[in-house]
Write a new protein. Structure first.
Length: 255
C-alpha cells in the first residue's frame, strides 16, 4: 500500500471526530439492491468504523478489515464487542470464508488494481453484492473554495485523489463502475448518488483537512503552515457538499 494509504493511523481520533458518518439511505440502497436479507459482510479498509456501524445496526454480521492498528483500536471503541476485526490489507486477506456483501466506504482506491476484482469475487457468495461509496468533501461556496485553493497552492496543487483508472470527472459512469462493467466476475452494475449537505465550523473543516492523506504526507512544518493559512481565509462557518457516489454490482453465479 502507498504511504498515503497508510498515513491515517497517526490521526485516528481526529479521523473519527471530523470525518462525516454514513446515512441510513446507504444501507437502504444496498439492502434494496441485494433483494434479500444481507446477513454477513466483509468491509475493506474499515477505518474507525463509521460504515461498520451502519450495517451492524441493521443486524449484519460484519468482519471489519483494516491494515492500521490505531484505526482498528478506534473502531473497537464504537462497535459492539462481537464485531470481528482483522488487521490486514485487502491484498493480504485469506480466501476461504464467503460473504453476502463485500463493501468499501471511501477506501477502495487504496487497494491494488492487479487482481482486485478476482479477490473481491473470491470473498463473495455467488449472487452476493459488492458495494463501494465515496466522494469528495468540498466547500459549497466557490468563493471560499477559491480562497482555500489559493492558500493551499504553495504546498499542494490539489487535496483530492484522481480517478484510479483515469475516468474524467464528467463521464456518466465513474470508477469503480467502469472497471466493474469490464470485469468477468460481476453483473448488474449500477451507480447512484446520495446527497449530503452540512454546515460546520471553520475549526472542524480544518480538522477534517488534518485527516486527509495529501496533508498527512507533508512535512510537519509545511502541514502546520498550510492549515494555518487555510484557517485565516475561512469564515466562521462553512457550507459543505459531500455527496456520495455509490456503486453496486452482483457477483456472477458460478457455472
Amino acid at each position: 500500500m502507498s504511504g498515503r494509504a497508510l498515513s491515517f493511523g497517526a490521526v485516528a481520533e481526529a479521523y473519527e471526530r471530523f470525518r462525516p458518518g454514513y446515512p441510513e439511505e446507504l444501507a437502504d440502497m444496498v439492502t434494496a439492491y441485494a433483494g434479500r436479507p444481507v446477513r454477513t459482510a466483509l468491509e475493506i479498509g474499515a477505518g474507525t468504523g463509521k460504515a461498520t456501524r451502519l450495517f451492524v445496526q441493521r443486524g449484519v454480521k460484519v468482519t471489519a478489515t483494516e491494515p492500521d492498528e490505531s484505526m482498528l483500536a478506534e473502531l473497537r471503541k464504537h462497535v459492539p464487542a462481537d464485531v470481528r476485526t482483522v488487521r490486514a490489507a485487502f491484498e493480504d486477506l485469506r480466501e476461504g470464508e464467503r460473504y453476502g456483501l463485500v463493501y468499501a466506504a471511501a477506501a477502495l482506491h487504496w487497494t491494488h488494481p492487479e487482481g482486485r476484482w478476482s479477490r473481491v469475487a473470491a470473498l463473495l457468495e455467488p449472487g452476493g453484492v459488492f458495494a463501494s461509496c465515496g466522494g469528495p468533501y468540498r466547500l459549497a461556496d466557490p468563493v471560499v473554495e477559491e480562497a482555500v485553493r489559493t492558500a493551499r497552492a504553495p504546498f499542494l496543487d490539489s487535496d483530492e485523489i484522481a480517478s484510479p483508472d483515469g475516468t474524467p470527472p464528467g463521464q456518466e459512469m465513474q470508477w469503480p463502475g467502469t472497471e466493474l462493467r469490464r470485469s468477468e466476475w460481476f453483473t448488474d452494475v449500477r451507480q447512484a448518488m446520495i446527497e449530503r449537505r452540512s454546515t460546520v465550523s471553520a475549526r472542524d473543516y480544518v480538522g477534517h483537512l488534518s485527516t486527509v492523506s495529501a496533508y498527512l504526507v507533508l512535512p510537519a512544518a509545511a502541514r502546520e503552515q498550510v492549515l494555518s493559512r487555510t484557517t485565516r481565509v475561512l469564515p466562521d462557518r462553512v457550507d459543505m457538499a459531500a455527496d456520495l457516489t455509490v456503486h453496486l454490482a452482483r457477483r456472477r453465479h458460478e457455472d
